[in-house]
Design a protein around this ligand. Structure first.
Ligand SMILES: Cc1cc2nc3c(=O)[nH]c(=O)nc-3n(C[C@H](O)[C@H](O)[C@H](O)COP(=O)(O)O)c2cc1C
Length: 210
């Protein structure tokens, strides 16, 4: 049975799941999937990349993204130094390199040796040609948290591999991003199937016509 049909059955049962018992869990557990990206910066004159799961779009106009980096991360030093960075979305075929960039610091090993690195026209943000989607960003703000810096950047360039597009936009079924499921054990998962049309399916529950 399709997932949507199951949900409609539940609606028919007058939201019976609302009566479900709840139980607390460790507050630090991120119990939802997080896409993994490689964040790049130039540190001490050389490109460096780290795996990042704590990132998000934070504004559409102008387009902005935020990455949350531990204060000790080498990549963060480059972002502060050059006031720019990149966000590169790897496909499943890059899971090995991505994980490596998440367990080894650029202080210790040259991680950029693994990649064909390129730059856009405007900023000093190293990007990875092997990642099907790349964003280059100019740092606009830094928010200091107890153990992380939130680097907020304005997107000044966005690139996709020619063969991983549908029309003018990236086709994620071709890009094949992967997600970190942190709640133990730590695993990477691929995209699932289409569930329903966003901003559309919910209209079926609207009482008003507007
Ligand atoms: C899947 C994955 C996701 C990660 N996400 C983050 C993150 O969002 N923020 C962070 O500070 N570290 C994150 N890390 C850890 C860093 O990637 C790791 O500490 C890395 O070695 C830092 O590299 P650098 O010192 O060269 O900057 C993640 C690691 C993995 C494996």
């Amino acid at each position: 049975m399709h997932a949507l049909d199951v949900r409609e059955l539940l609606i028919g049962c007058q939201f019976s799941s609302l009566n479900m018992e709840k139980r607390g869990f460790d507050l630090r557990t991120t119990a939802y999937p997080m896409p993994v990206v490689l964040v790049g910066s130039v540190v001490n004159g050389k490109p460096n990349f780290m795996a990042v799961a704590w990132f998000s779009k934070v504004s559409s106009t102008p387009p902005m993204m935020m990455v949350a980096l531990g204060k000790r991360q080498y990549t963060g030093e480059g972002i502060i130094e050059n006031r720019c960075f990149s966000v590169n979305l790897p496909g499943e075929d890059m899971v090995l390199e991505t994980d490596y960039c998440g367990i080894v610091s650029g202080r210790v090993e040259d991680k950029a040796r693994l990649f064909d690195v390129f730059y856009g026209e405007s900023v000093k943000a190293p990007m990875i040609r092997g990642c099907p989607i790349n964003y280059e960003l100019k740092l606009v703000d830094t928010v200091e948290m107890p153990s992380t810096n939130l680097f907020i950047g304005e997107i000044v360039g966005a690139y996709v591999d020619e063969e991983k597009r549908s029309g003018e936009v990236p086709d994620l079924t071709l890009v094949k991003p992967f997600m970190l499921i942190e709640s133990p054990p730590n695993h990477y998962y691929s995209l699932g199937h289409h569930v329903a049309d966003a901003f559309e399916v919910g209209k079926r529950l609207k009482l008003s016509k507007t």
